[in-house]
Ligand binder design. Structure first.
Ligand code: PNS
Length: 159
């Protein structure tokens, strides 16, 4: 079985993440969405809420599992027997960080491959940070995230 991990903070899960995930599903038998427990950047949503939102966006899908992880990504991939890590690339500005990430992961786990999918053009500017900023100021995020995420953002920033 070809298993890949799609890792991230997903704070929150955007239409850009969904785009990458749906396209990855065509390439692998199983995708494990790895939700990072404690990203270095502080999160708007706790990990349980981030996972719950992803679950609601995806609905029931036998090909996808949503799992949280802490520690090194390579250790998590080893544990779930993943052959590859999926990452989305938007603009050139993503490249340097992603190169660092892929290089260190390759050094730590030579058999693990990182696969990059180019973001679809309508998602090429989309980041969780931008989405939160728009939501924080009361802007319309309905074209950027799923309705359930938009609802949670509204609730979060109203509180
Ligand atoms: O959505 P993000 O925040 O860009 O995802 C970053 C992520 C989760 C892929 C990265 O921070 C990560 O893999 N963290 C786990 C710790 C780790 O393995 N560090 C070494 C490689 S950076």
């Amino acid at each position: 079985m070809n298993i890949a991990v799609y890792p991230g903070s997903f704070d929150p899960f955007t239409n850009g993440h969904l785009d990458i995930l749906e396209r990855s599903m065509k390439l692998f038998d199983r995708i494990i969405v790895g939700v990072l427990l404690h990203p270095s950047k502080s999160c708007a949503f706790p990990v349980e809420k981030r996972m719950e939102m992803i679950g609601k966006v995806l609905g029931k899908n036998p090909k996808v599992e949503i799992v949280h992880f802490g520690g090194l990504l390579v250790d998590f991939c080893r544990k779930v027997k993943a052959k590859a890590v999926i990452r989305g690339l938007r603009a050139v500005s993503d490249y340097e960080y992603e190169l660092q990430l892929a290089s260190i992961n390759k050094q730590l786990s030579p058999d693990l491959e990182t696969l990059f999918l180019m973001a679809s053009t309508n998602c090429s500017f989309l980041t969780s940070t931008i989405v939160k900023d728009v939501a924080r100021h009361g802007g319309d995020v309905s074209t950027l995230v799923a309705p359930v995420v938009a609802k949670e953002l509204k609730k979060h920033f109203r509180a």
